[in-house]
Design a protein around this ligand. Structure first.
Ligand code: ATP
Ligand code: MG
Length: 435
């Protein structure tokens, strides 16, 4: 590496003010057009591309070195900035020195600029190349800004960031959708959710915690919404109910959208999207109302059943953007969802929806230990195997509420992608474990 590489500027920072000056640019050789005496090379970096214009008569050796490179080789160039109306961006760089940092092999596993559509599987197999494409990369820059927006909302509202174990002894919900791992002489599991741990933290006095971390589910689904490893954005807040938790959630999503609009205009452009900041509060519909709506549209679903896609589609037709479905039947929500005191077959639970898709589940939780044991039994679970969790409820546990928001499903909405696999760098699904 040459010392002058330290002076590197991104293509996006080049403008007329630099005309006549020497600059250093570095990146991937996207395209080479050699016309014999003159060659045009498009060099790509994270902000876009810059044209290098090489003249054979100026420097034969450099001309040859540049024009014989394989596409996607990584180079650094030091050269003179010059205005050129024909060049993309109105500027070109006349290379004076070249440093080939990493020659690329040929052929490439997939093209970067080819206009032809590439299958998702091909893209995921060659993800490191796929992410050189502005559209694919845009998703992850948007993801980064959205998470920043959510985090800053948490910080503003007094949440403490925590990290809970991912190797655990018991299931969160007693389900069977767990990946077993060998933990020395014990059988352990990868955690499907931080639920039990974040609730235990409500007995500590932290009051408000959040965690952004992986969740593992050994579900056999093969859908465009399910991954076997996803990133869960979780909160738990003490001295609060489901309304308090819903308020934090809608403010977080509003903050995420604002950040994306502020920080990622170029990426939104690359995806052909314009986002609008959602106004608050998000509409709230009760589960009962959703059943009525679905029934009125001829969908056969009874009170007490889960809302399948056809039902949520029927509801989505009546709403726009984000909305909450509240007051779910207690029997179909997890044991920790708090029943309404005056109507125990309904719970203080909610899902946040966008169109027909669920992106969050949350609730006020059961904080009374006796009721919690009862709820575990009602759901066919053995309170004995939840002892470590139940202990935290017996020595002073305030009422609390919280939710879990799927990062990838949120990114799907913000980027308009149809497949959740587009919103995670290296998806883990039923068929994919590598890369
Ligand atoms: P679904 O009914 O869509 O399978 P769920 O109700 O089982 O989801 P929860 O346990 O409520 O999911 O998890 C909270 C949030 O985490 C979901 O709303 C979703 O955004 C996200 N999530 C859950 N499972 C997955 C998954 N397999 N892949 C991606 N995201 C997921
Ligand atoms: Mg759910």
């Amino acid at each position: 590496m040459q010392d002058w590489l330290r002076e590197r500027v991104y293509s996006g920072r080049l403008d007329e003010r630099l005309a006549g000056k020497d600059v250093v640019v570095a990146g991937w050789v996207q395209e080479i057009r050699n016309l014999g005496g003159i060659a045009f090379i498009q060099l790509r970096d994270r902000e876009g591309t810059v044209q290098l214009t090489a003249l054979k008569r100026e420097n034969r050796e450099l001309f040859k070195a540049l024009t014989t490179l394989n596409r996607e080789s990584v180079v650094a160039v030091r050269g003179l900035v010059q205005p050129n109306k024909e060049a993309p961006g109105g500027l070109e760089v006349l290379p004076g020195e070249l440093d080939v940092l990493s020659p690329a092999a040929a052929p490439l596993p997939m093209g970067v600029v080819d206009k032809v559509g590439v299958e998702l599987d091909t893209r995921l197999n060659a993800r490191f190349i796929d992410l050189r494409r502005p559209g694919s990369a845009a998703v992850f820059r948007i993801r980064s800004s959205a998470l920043r927006g959510i985090r800053s909302q948490f910080e503003q509202e007094g949440f403490v960031e925590v990290h809970t174990p991912k190797i655990v002894a018991t299931a969160t919900e007693g389900g069977t959708a767990l990946f077993p791992v060998q933990y020395f002489e014990h059988r352990a599991f990868l955690n499907q959710s931080p639920q039990l741990f974040k609730q235990m933290l409500m007995a500590t006095g932290f009051d408000r915690v959040y965690e952004i971390g992986p969740a593992f589910r050994a579900e056999l689904h093969d859908t465009v919404r399910h991954l076997n490893e996803f990133t869960s954005i979780d909160i738990e807040m003490a001295f609060s109910d489901e309304e308090g938790a819903m308020g934090v959630l809608e403010r977080c999503l509003q903050s995420a959208v604002k950040r994306v609009i502020e920080e990622r205009p170029r990426e939104l452009g690359a995806l052909g999207l314009t986002l609008e900041v959602p106004s608050l509060p998000f509409p709230r519909l009760t589960y009962t109302k959703c059943i009525e709506l679905a029934n009125s549209k001829g969908i056969d679903v009874e009170w007490g059943a889960d809302l399948e896609m056809d039902a949520t589609k029927a509801v989505a037709e009546e709403t726009e953007g984000f909305y909450f479905i509240t007051r779910w039947p207690t029997a179909i929500k997890p044991f920790y969802a708090h029943p309404f005191e005056d109507k125990p077959r309904e719970s203080r639970s909610f899902d946040l929806m966008f169109g027909e898709k669920e992106i969050t589940s949350g609730a006020q939780r059961v904080h009374e230990p006796d009721l919690l044991v009862q709820r575990l039994r009602d759901q066919g679970l053995d309170p004995g195997s939840f002892d470590f969790y139940l202990q935290a409820f017996r020595f002073g546990m305030p009422p609390h509420a919280g939710w879990g928001l799927g990062a990838e499903r949120t990114v799907m909405i913000l980027t308009g992608r149809d497949n959740v696999r587009d919103c995670v760098l290296f998806p883990r699904d039923r068929r994919r474990l590598s890369p």
